[in-house]
Design a binder for this molecule. Structure first.
Ligand SMILES: Cc1cc2nc3c(=O)[nH]c(=O)nc-3n(C[C@H](O)[C@H](O)[C@H](O)COP(=O)(O)O)c2cc1C
Length: 193
């Protein structure tokens, strides 16, 4: 596959598109190995990943459901949203929690560590091009930034959760959601002199 197809064909695939079949461990390890080749200022390699599957995935979903319930005022509570987490237990194969570990270097702004971690996630995502029967997406939402979730993950003081990369086997009939982008020309300016 050429680079244009890999980059432009990368898609977010959501749990509703997953069959529930497990992804082989070697595929998950391949994604994580390529994540580690992201660019990184001062070679700090700030990306950390916590991989949840099987009983671990159940615990993760139960934790998110509990935090959602605890944090959401009664009038805003949605039973469907709450049940989304239970539903994921049977649909998702692996959930990779994305963590940025901030370097102690005073000359390295945190934003650069976040950028490097995002590059690592993109590497995982692009590696999925090798395995068209599997898909994934980066999920955030306000719960991943809460103290309760930090506690569940046992994050250190210098660590920050940047979301969850959900992975699943794609159903044969899963609807391919077409990619959509505005014109790149409108986001670029050239200043050549
Ligand atoms: C940092 C980040 C956070 C995201 N968080 C969510 C999310 O919480 N929920 C969601 O449905 N999609 C989330 N996405 C995925 C976007 O919805 C998706 O990338 C966008 O719709 C473009 O679709 P594509 O990835 O198929 O090109 C996130 C993507 C990024 C980069």
């Amino acid at each position: 596959m050429d680079i244009d197809n890999i980059i432009q064909g990368r898609r977010s695939s959501f749990p509703a598109q997953y069959s529930g079949d497990k992804i082989p461990e070697r595929v998950v390890l391949h994604l994580l190995e390529n994540a580690n080749w992201a660019p990184t200022h001062y070679h700090t390699e700030p990306w950390r990943f916590k991989v949840f599957a099987d009983g671990g995935l159940n615990r993760l979903m139960d934790a998110l459901a509990a935090i959602y319930k605890e944090r959401t005022p009664e009038e805003a509570f949605s039973q469907a949203k709450f049940e989304k987490y239970t539903d994921r237990k049977s649909k998702v194969s692996h959930a990779i929690v994305i963590v940025m570990k901030k370097s102690l270097r005073p000359d390295l702004p945190e934003v650069e560590e976040v950028c490097a971690t995002a590059c690592a996630v993109q590497n995982m995502w692009l590696t999925l091009a090798n395995y068209p029967q599997y898909g994934g997406y980066w999920s955030t939402g306000h719960l991943v930034y809460t103290d309760e979730f930090r506690e569940f993950l046992h994050l250190e003081e210098d660590e920050m959760c940047l979301g969850i990369f959900y992975l699943g086997s794609l159903r044969e009939d899963a609807r391919e959601i077409p990619g959509r982008r505005g014109d790149w020309n409108e986001k670029v300016s050239f200043q050549y002199n």
